[in-house]
Design a binder for this molecule. Structure first.
Ligand SMILES: [Zn+2]
Ligand SMILES: [Zn+2]
Length: 155
């Protein structure tokens, strides 16, 4: 069973993903453990993802790193396969990316794509009520809570 997204292919089968790396060094070690070479691009993207407060779009990463867009896409795809990064869909635009293992959930503006992180504790009781009422466990990361930010409402 494959969940095919615009930017990558994510398995939803029974294979449980590896524990998320705790920091950039562990992320780079995971690349080596899987036979990959730690290139400047991979190191740069890993540092950006671990430093970021909020999820980053491919354009954000291109802008901050100076890397080619195709290199950024390829690197993010490898990071997803290795369980280092995950992507989030906000509205109809492209996905945004964050490191795995955060204890926050993204909340996005469907209009401008701006995505901010909210402590998971803020939505835990809401998610539990939804599960009790519907039997559905919300995935608040892959398809996060979304709406319209104040900038976009004022416009
Ligand atoms: Zn997806
Ligand atoms: Zn907005």
């Amino acid at each position: 069973m494959w969940d095919v997204c615009s930017t990558s292919v994510v398995t939803t089968a029974a294979v449980s993903p590896p524990a998320p790396p705790a920091d950039v060094d562990q992320a780079l070690q995971r690349i080596r453990d899987h036979g990959g070479r730690v290139t400047r691009a991979k190191r740069t993207v890993a540092i950006l993802l671990f430093d970021a407060t909020d999820p980053l779009s491919v354009d954000d990463i291109v802008e901050r790193s100076g890397l080619e867009q195709s290199v950024v896409y390829r690197t993010l795809g490898q990071f997803e396969e290795l369980g280092i990064a995950e992507h989030v869909h906000v509205g109809h635009g492209g996905a945004v990316y964050r490191r795995r293992g955060r204890e926050t959930v993204p909340v996005g503006c469907r209009v401008c794509g701006r995505t901010v992180e909210l402590p998971e504790s803020e939505v835990r009781s809401f998610a539990a009520r939804v599960r009790d009422a519907t039997g559905i466990e919300l995935d608040l990361v892959h398809f996060p809570l979304s709406g319209r930010c104040s900038d976009c409402t004022d416009r």
